[in-house]
Design a protein around this ligand. Structure first.
Ligand code: ZN
Length: 139
């Protein structure tokens, strides 16, 4: 593996690397804040230089999880490796397509939550002083 330079990051963003090279770049990104900064700078350069739909699509498509995988991520039922990968994709790569998708999925899945929360709140209020035995508390 050559040192990770601008050309390699460009190739990575273009999805032009093979699987093992991609994995190595992602591994390196995970380990190096400096490299993540460099990747962000490359992405910003590209944002300034490339505005075609094709370029934008290519940039954002980089190894995106499917909507189903994102849904499983929200539910935290994925294998730990996948959970990590999507975490990385969302928060380090900050893929705007997937973040938008995620927000949508979370909105869907959280619809019933206010009800549950209200019920919990009532329960907590009515059992003030006895919180230690609250079976609704997930640890
Ligand atoms: Zn994505």
């Amino acid at each position: 593996m050559p040192p990770i330079n601008r050309e390699l990051l460009d190739a990575y963003l273009d999805d032009a690397l093979n699987e093992s090279e991609t994995a190595q770049v992602e591994q390196a990104l995970r380990q190096s804040e400096a490299l993540r900064r460099q990747l962000r700078a490359v992405m910003q350069d590209r944002d300034r230089g490339e505005h075609s739909i094709g370029a934008i699509w290519r940039r954002h498509r980089l190894s995106c999880p499917t909507r189903e995988q994102l849904g499983s991520y929200v539910l935290q039922v994925l294998e730990p490796d996948w959970q990590d990968y999507i975490e990385f994709h969302l928060h380090t790569i900050a893929c705007s397509l997937c973040l938008a998708n995620l927000a949508d999925l979370q909105a869907q899945q959280q619809e019933p939550v206010p009800q549950v929360r209200k019920r919990r709140q009532r329960f907590f209020e009515s059992s003030a002083g006895y919180l230690g035995v609250c079976r609704d508390t997930k640890k």
